[in-house]
Each structure stands twice: as C-alpha cells, then as structure tokens.
Design a protein around this ligand. Structure first.
Ligand SMILES: [Zn+2]
Length: 461
C-alpha cells in the first residue's frame, strides 16, 4: 500500500482567490489558508468551467465539461453514466466520505454516488435514516429555525469532519469531500470577526443593513451604489476570514492525528462571486473573471511538490490529477476525462484553451419577473460560452453582442474589443472544441417544499 493514501477534497463555495491573502496581500488576512498554500502548489490562474454550484461540482466530480455531463438547472441529477472521483476511489478500496453544505449537492441529486457516507449539513437528522412524522417535523424545525442562525453551520461541519477523520484514519485508505458555504450569500459573519476588519466610519448596525438580496438589486427592485458594494465586500471578506479560522482548526486536527503530512489536500472553490462588478451580484448571468477565477491549492503528500504555478488550469483537471497521483492511470477509463493531470506539464503546456459555459439562467425567468415584473429578462436570458487563451478571452453570446478582452491590460473586462474580424476568428476556434450543444436527457427530480424555501433564501430558484 502506498503511503499517500488520504485524499481530502475541500470546496470553499463562492470564495474568490483575490480575497485570500496568499493570492492578494491587500486582502484577508487568511493565515491558515496561507499556511496551507506554503505547503502546496498554488495555482494562480485556475478557472472553473461553470459560474455556479451545480454544474461546477458536476465538472469537478466527473472531470468533464458541462456540455458533456449535462448536469444543470433542467437536469439536476448528476450524470450517472460517468465515473466520479468517489466512484473510482471506492472501487480502488478507498473509504469515501462526503460532507455537503450546499443543497444542490445532495443525495437526491445523485452526488453521493461512490461515497460510503454522504452527510447533509443542512439536516439535523439525515433523511435516509430517519423517516416518519417526528423525523420530518424535526428536520423542518432545524432547517427553518436553527440552521440559518448557525452561519451556515461551518462549526458543525468541522466537528463532523473531525469525527470522520478519527473514524477513518486508522483503517483503509480514504477520501473525504467537504463543501463549505460560509462565503455564499446571505453574508452573516460572526460579529467578532467582522469587527476586526470593519472600517472605522461604518458601524456594525449600518453594515448589517445593506441589501443582501442579489436578485432584488439585479432586477432593479432595490438600487445599490458603490458605498453598498464596499459594505458587501467587507461582509464577504469577514465570511472568508471566519472560514479560514475554521479551516485552521481542521488542519491542526489533521496534524494532531499525524495525517497532515501524508495527505493530499486539495482546496478550491466552485466559482467566485460578483460584488458589484459589471453591475452584478451573486454568481449568475455572466462568465467574467469574477466568477470563473478560483483559488486552487494542492498539498501533495509530504509536500513533495510545492511552489506556485501560473499555468491556466481548470477544475476538470482535479480528477485526472488524483488518478495520476495514485498511479491509477492504467486502470481508469481516461477517455471520459476532459481535464489534464496537473502533474503532466507537457500536456498542460500543449493545451491551447480553457472553456467555460453558462446555458440556463438561475433563478428562472418566472422568479425574476415575480421579483420585478418590469425587469427586462431578455437582456440576461441567453447562453454563453467563453474561450480563454493565453492573454485573450472571448465570450460568445447567444443573443447579445460578443465580447473580447485583452486580459493583461484589462483584468476587469471593461473594454470590449470584439469586431467582425475577431468574431469570425474566435467562432472558428470555438467550433473546434468538444461539442457545446446542450440537450437535456438526464434524470431529474423536484425539490421538496422546505428545500425550495431554503434555496430561495440563498437566492436560488
Ligand atoms: Zn457554489
């Protein structure tokens, strides 16, 4: 048995790299993630291939683009024809444990495939085990009254993750997946953390009064200005800092159990978030860098590879990297995988483009119009595909004008350089790519009423 037989895969939902001090010394501080970064390979140009949770996690789990796995708003079930990281490792004899705090990433949606245990952090009683009226009443009570007040239950997740480490670390090799929702809207960081970075001219009460309903702002129901966005940025940073504190406890616990050094620890986010940039909040309706750029840290066993990389990499590369690290190449049907192992520098160097896609707006047209019947929903209701080259980024719009940006001079993507000639050139490049024609044929399911309410509170649906 190889020594490096522990894989910890951590998704920091909605965390932007530029709010971590290891990526941007002006922000943070996030000392615990920085410490992990010192032991890791830190990828400074990492991208998600989708701007939101469900398709992005499906890409991470299957190592494929959205057009391939087709898991999206209309087909919420994880494509069950593709192998996943957990299903492969489980077949290889790994114990697999999943902890999800995002309701899109659930057993109901099939994301538990390959996991021996898949724990929902938003449920006090795990549905599979406790049925009947009393179980249902307790679940409702917890979700409505308690869960939201627990700052997304991050402390509870850490406790659960530590219990899982104790249970798993002495037996077989194991893989653990954890999703943290702390940095997701609505922002409600603990006061103690918020006070540490609160600008002197703003009171705690004032900052908590800022509008946190992204869709009321984006549909024009509630106007917001630069001052409001500055407040949101402070709240968001406090959430990230608090998450950092909790992660520090988890990594220290790993060290106490003497499994930190030998583990492969992968920390990334599923997408970023808009904080007023492009007149947007949350993480929908665009494929700008604010949503697609993600932090990616990989601590290899015994810190054998570390440093920083400026290569353009994607979340679909994680699956092949794990396969490569565990020497499973010969045993895995790698023709499924569209990513490249991050240890394979030659192939990474040969990769010309990265791609990302957005095919369905979420929340739906009906929900957006129910927020503001006068909202021009046509202005955002379109599919988008982006092709990211070394310095150029082209965004193909289904209805609106295409966009072309020269990122080194225009990192905020505010100067659209697209013209007829560039459109021709880039559309030709896009046509060479894996098929981007979405046709939904996958399995689907409906949310129950409580989950619907909770997703609505998070700004979804
Ligand atoms: Zn997410």
């Amino acid at each position: 048995m190889k020594q490096n037989n522990i894989i910890i895969l951590i998704v920091l939902d909605t965390v932007r790299p530029d709010y971590l001090s290891c990526y941007n010394s002006q922000r943070g501080p996030t000392p615990n993630i920085d410490k992990l970064a010192n032991d890791s390979m830190c990828y400074r140009n990492a991208y998600s291939c989708s701007p939101w949770t469900l398709p992005s996690h499906a890409s991470l789990f299957t190592g494929t683009y959205v057009s391939t796995h087709k898991t999206d708003s209309s087909s919420k079930f994880l494509n069950n024809t593709l192998p996943t990281i957990a299903s492969v490792l489980s077949e290889e004899g790994y114990q697999t444990s999943g902890i999800s705090n995002n309701m899109w990433i659930s057993r109901k949606a099939g994301f538990n495939r390959g996991f021996n245990n898949f724990w929902h952090a938003w449920e006090i009683l795990q549905q599979d085990r406790y049925r009947g009226y009393i179980g249902a009443a307790l679940r409702k009570l917890y979700l409505r009254m308690i869960y939201k007040k627990l700052t997304f239950g991050t402390e509870r997740i850490i406790r659960k993750a530590k219990t899982e480490l104790v249970r798993l670390h002495e037996s077989k090799p194991f893989m653990m997946f954890i999703n943290f929702m702390e940095a997701h809207l609505p922002y409600c960081p603990p006061d103690k953390i918020l006070r540490q970075i609160l600008p002197t001219q703003i009171s705690l009460r004032e900052i908590k009064d800022v509008n946190l309903d992204a869709f009321k702002y984006m549909t024009g129901r509630i106007p917001m200005g630069e001052e409001d966005f500055e407040k949101l940025k402070v709240l968001y940073q406090a959430e990230v800092n608090y998450l950092d504190l909790c992660l520090g406890r988890f990594f220290n616990f790993m060290k106490k159990l003497k499994i930190y050094d030998k583990s492969m620890i992968i920390v990334l986010s599923d997408h970023g978030g808009n904080l007023g940039e492009h007149k947007l909040l949350d993480h929908q309706f665009c494929l700008y860098e604010t949503l697609l750029k993600i932090p990616l840290l990989i601590k290899y066993p015994y810190q054998e590879i570390r440093g920083e990389s400026f290569m353009r990499v994607q979340n679909i590369d994680i699956f092949p990297t794990i396969v490569d690290e565990l020497n499973l190449n010969g045993r895995i049907c790698s023709e499924y995988l569209q990513g490249i192992s991050l240890k394979d520098k030659k192939s990474l160097g040969d990769r010309k483009y990265l791609y990302a896609e957005y095919h369905e707006i979420n929340p739906s047209r009906e929900t957006l119009l129910s927020i503001n019947p006068k909202f021009n929903v046509e202005s955002i209701e379109e599919s988008l595909i982006t092709i990211i080259a070394d310095k150029w980024k082209y965004i193909k719009h289904e209805k609106n004008r295409d966009e072309l940006f020269f990122i080194p001079n225009d990192p905020l993507e505010s100067n659209n350089l697209a013209d007829i000639d560039s459109e021709k050139l880039w559309k030709k490049e896009i046509s060479k790519m894996p098929k981007f024609d979405i046709c939904y044929s996958g399995k689907n399911y409906d949310f129950d009423s409580d989950t619907l309410k909770s997703l609505a509170a998070l700004g979804y649906i």
